[in-house]
Ligand binder design. Structure first.
Ligand SMILES: C[S@@+](CC[C@H](N)C(=O)[O-])C[C@H]1O[C@@H](n2cnc3c(N)ncnc32)[C@H](O)[C@@H]1O
Length: 224
């Protein structure tokens, strides 16, 4: 960890690290641009998705984006895992139409097709229902970027377990809510990542970390 750069530790720009991860994900080791599939777990009103969709449309038109949300906010955390009060059930409920309207206002609506034919897809429902085997087969590979912004352990472990067979080395993960030091034991996204890495043998390198517990990691091997 000693050589990991601390990115904008006091930045007011909450998407700085996300942007950095997205950009790295689009570079091949030889420096040439790389395109592929981007996934976002936790959309809320579409702040990060909006930026990703605009960036992809402008710079990587071959990209595909799938963004997942219940639109009913957070589910209940696993009963054995501590959670902060700000992560109560139902927190962050936002109507899907608000996200679609944001995307439309930003001029990426031509890029948005909820069903098929476009490059940005919104997938509705709690991950326990929406992360199906058939969707796993539908999603084009390579998956080059994964934004995990769903706060809870229970949500993150469902995402990581579902991703295991379809992610590959080189994929860049942005974790928006890695534990932020407010509790000694692990919880939330960090706990889920650790459990997943232990059980699948996934190895990652940390590319950068920032305040509020954000970090970007690159997958180095094939999890099993
Ligand atoms: C912090 S917000 C996302 C913020 C967003 N990325 C942004 O840039 O503003 C977390 C989101 O994750 C969603 N979420 C968390 N767990 C979920 C689950 N198990 N299934 C579906 N959505 C979930 C919530 O509905 C909520 O909208």
């Amino acid at each position: 960890m000693a050589n990991v750069p601390m990115v904008a530790p006091r930045s007011r720009d909450q998407y700085e690290l996300l942007r950095q991860g997205f950009t790295i994900a689009h570079q091949s080791p030889d420096g040439t641009p790389r395109t592929g599939t981007n996934l976002e777990f936790g959309v809320r009103a579409g702040g990060s998705l909006l930026w990703m969709a605009k960036e992809a449309k402008e710079k990587y038109p071959e990209d595909v984006i799938y963004a997942f949300d219940s639109w009913e906010g957070l589910p209940e955390e696993d009963e054995n895992v501590w959670r902060p009060d700000r992560h109560n059930k139902g927190k962050f409920t936002v109507g899907k139409f608000e996200v679609e309207s944001q995307l439309r206002k930003a001029g990426v609506d031509g890029f948005l097709q909820s069903t098929s034919g476009g490059n940005t897809h919104l997938v509705d429902g709690f991950f326990s229902d929406s992360l199906t085997e058939s969707l796993r087969e539908e999603i084009p590979t390579p998956i080059i970027f994964v934004n995990i912004d769903c706060d809870l352990y229970i949500s993150t472990i469902q995402v990581l377990d579902w991703l295991t067979p379809i992610v590959a080395p080189g994929c860049v993960f942005h974790f928006d809510d890695w534990s932020s030091g407010e509790r000694e034991e692990k919880w939330g996204e960090e706990l889920a990542y650790e459990e997943w890495a232990n059980k699948t043998g996934a190895k990652t390198e940390t590319l950068a970390i920032a305040d509020h517990g954000r970090r970007i990691l690159r997958l180095l091997n094939q999890p099993k």
